[in-house]
Design a protein around this ligand. Structure first.
Ligand code: ATR
Length: 309
């Protein structure tokens, strides 16, 4: 049994399942993928649901997702999760995807149904549940800044905030050019009479804008979706002056458990939470797409509490 499989392992089932008691029929695909906690989240839920199969990690290079899907369908896989950097490619490669995946710009969950690949995005709805669980508030009622909105995770979270018609959405990115297409895609969600005009409810700002701190005064929730913080030595992606006592600050990073952003926000008096709840809820929603009628949340929550990687 391997910790990480590769595409050649998918060429025949005996190779894939060598040394394993159960057949692999679910997987997370990524590059890199060795760090993924998804098997630790899904396997206990599969066992509890009486599904006799394994959830494995498969390393797939960019540009090879379609090939991976073909091999997995041939092996009778139920579905897959896709992670960095494949979420955009998955949207393009799936035979069909739910409408919201188009607005979120990415697919993170695939269901193979009768040789067709159906794409979903559970990051967006998982984020809404995570914010409700952590802060007891609804995304739709909040003024939100998404830091890193030009990246894969950022686009999905910003897209979900727009679908929820949140009070205000400020898209922030180091490379502001990456926000133009996103802002155009999300603008129709804000065309209503609620609060100010549509221009004011959806805005973009470069990460190094001198107006960032003054803008953040009028926000409730700050979400980090950049990769800054993954390394323990990373700085905070935001100046400390942007982090104020009335803020809720959510970092999608969960390892390390407290990034410098969260530490500075906590010291400044804000309420903070890390991305474990997003991992949990996006995973539970994916499981329910594969196995409707079984709620894995309690089991996954317990599994995650003990998971390390
Ligand atoms: P993805 O595959 O999700 O796009 P990524 O390329 O690592 O992942 O980028 C994720 C986000 O982190 C992007 O918004 C990226 O900003 P750019 O669009 O300007 O590249 C942001 N990011 C990565 N490193 C950063 C850094 N050192 N400072 C600020 N933002 C950073």
């Amino acid at each position: 049994m391997k910790d990480v499989y590769t595409l050649p392992d998918l060429e025949d089932r005996s190779r894939l399942d060598e040394g394993a008691g159960l057949p692999a029929r679910l997987a997370v695909l990524g590059d890199p993928v060795a760090h993924s906690l998804s098997p630790q989240l899904h396997q206990p839920a599969l066992d509890a649901a009486g599904q006799a199969m394994r959830y494995v990690r498969i390393h797939v290079e960019p540009g090879r997702l379609a090939e991976a899907f073909e091999l997995l369908k041939r092996l009778d896989f139920v579905g897959v999760n896709v992670t960095v950097p494949h979420k955009f490619e998955a949207l393009a490669v799936c035979d069909e995807s739910e409408e919201s995946a188009g607005i979120l710009g990415a697919v993170n969950t695939v269901l193979f149904d009768d040789q067709r690949s159906l794409g979903f995005n559970t990051d967006g709805p998982g984020f809404v549940r995570a914010i409700r669980e952590e802060f007891l508030v609804d995304v739709k009622d909040l003024r939100i800044m998404v830091v890193g909105a030009g990246g894969g995770a950022g686009q999905a979270i910003a897209g979900q905030c727009a679908l929820e018609h949140c009070e205000r959405l400020l898209l922030v990115n180091r490379t502001p050019d990456k926000l133009t297409a996103l802002a155009e895609r999300l603008a129709p969600c804000f065309e209503s009479e609620r609060l100010e005009g549509p221009g004011d409810r959806l805005q973009t700002l470069p990460l190094d804008s001198p107006h960032l701190a003054s803008e953040s005064e009028h926000l409730d929730l700050i979400v980090n979706t950049t990769s800054v913080g993954l390394k323990r030595t990373d700085p905070s992606p935001l100046p400390s002056a942007c982090l104020q006592p009335h803020h809720l600050v959510y970092d999608t990073i969960y390892n390390p458990a407290e990034t410098r952003l969260l530490r500075e926000a906590r010291r400044n008096g804000a309420r903070v939470a890390n991305g474990r709840t997003l991992l949990l809820h996006q995973g539970a929603l994916a499981f329910e797409l594969w196995f409707p009628g079984f709620d894995p949340l309690r089991i996954m929550r317990r599994a995650l509490a003990g998971a390390t990687r």
